[in-house]
Design a protein around this ligand. Structure first.
Ligand code: SER
Length: 316
């Protein structure tokens, strides 16, 4: 059977670029983008698009059957900071959307599922440096709790129902084509916009808060690679650690100042600091490397160059 893809939550930061990458991989005719509302990003000006609420199992099923979908990429979620403001809605969206999609795979209506987890599954008792694939996991945010529960469901559906679900734990994702929304790592995107537009930025995390980060191109490549890997090579059916780089707001600011010497940063930590304090500083991704050949291409310096060069074209 040929691959036909549905992206749920396609208008978000990752979904937007994943839509383009999946169209390049499978052809525009074989990719359906969907979201609760359509973004005006030009990516969605062409290609199939459906309005879809990820909490509505029947609507997902109708869409999947209408387009004869084989693979679902479930990107819809409330991220860490927003979820803390609306815990019950976050749980409803993040958890029920996953169960709906896993059940469609269990019923063999679809063949394969991609679902993203996050570094937010770790907590203050997890080792902070080179956080291992398997370790203590005591997330303290609603987002982290929903992602850890989701990982357990993925493994359960694989083991008990033979569902082919694949997942990676994204770090903070840095990109310039679509904005992130509601994450604790969002500072690492906002800082570039403000540096270029205003020459200054007030950071909501402390200057020495190191977090794992990744450029969008690496994140999208990881997503497509794990979905294309042979099933037997995917030994972890909860979710894989993946890593690219780690840095603090101060280190990122200094790298930006190399290219924009006038740039000034102030620090006014808010509630997101408490979230960041429970997350890893860096991640051990050796399981992903050995099982499906994962390796990142963009380090901090390369990310800074990409972000500034591209945003200078689109913002100025
Ligand atoms: N970028 C996400 C967040 O900050 C982490 O998965 O919520």
């Amino acid at each position: 059977m040929s691959t036909k893809v549905l992206i749920i939550g396609a208008c978000g930061q990752i979904g937007t670029e994943l839509t383009t990458a999946l169209r390049n991989t499978y052809g525009v005719a074989n990719v359906v983008a969907s979201d609760i509302r359509k973004s005006d990003n030009e990516v969605f000006a062409h290609g199939a698009f459906e309005l879809l609420d990820a909490r509505d199992k029947e609507a997902i099923k109708v869409c999947v059957e209408k387009h004869e979908i084989t693979d679902v990429y479930l990107m819809a979620a409330l991220l860490s900071a927003t979820a803390e403001k609306n815990p019950e809605f976050a749980w409803d969206l993040n958890m029920n959307s996953l169960l709906h999609v896993l059940n469609l795979a269990k019923e063999r209506v679809i063949q394969k599922v991609f679902w993203p987890s996050s570094i937010a599954v770790f907590g203050k008792n997890s080792p902070k440096v080179n956080t291992p694939q398997h370790t203590i996991m005591e997330p303290s945010t609603v987002y982290g709790i929903s992602k850890l529960a989701g990982e357990r469901w993925c493994e359960y559906y694989h083991k008990n129902y033979g569902v082919d679900v694949r997942s990676i734990r994204y770090p903070g994702i840095i990109s310039w084509k679509a904005n992130p929304g509601g994450g604790t790592t969002d500072y690492a995107v906002e800082i570039f916009h403000e540096a270029i537009k205003h020459g200054q930025y007030t950071c909501f995390l402390k200057e020495d808060t190191a977090l794992p980060m990744m450029f969008m191109d690496d994140a999208v490549r990881a997503t497509i690679d794990i979905m294309n890997a042979h099933s037997e090579t995917i030994k972890v059916r909860s979710s894989y650690n993946i890593a690219a780089t780690s840095f603090t707001p101060k280190e990122l600011s200094e790298a930006i100042q190399q290219l924009l010497p006038e740039f000034v940063v102030r620090y006014e930590p808010d509630f997101r600091q408490q979230i960041a304090d429970t997350w890893p500083e860096s991640i051990d991704d050796s399981a992903a490397s050995s099982d499906w050949n994962w390796s990142a291409q963009f380090d901090m310096k390369a990310i800074v160059l990409e972000m500034i060069t591209n945003l200078q074209k689109v913002l100025v």
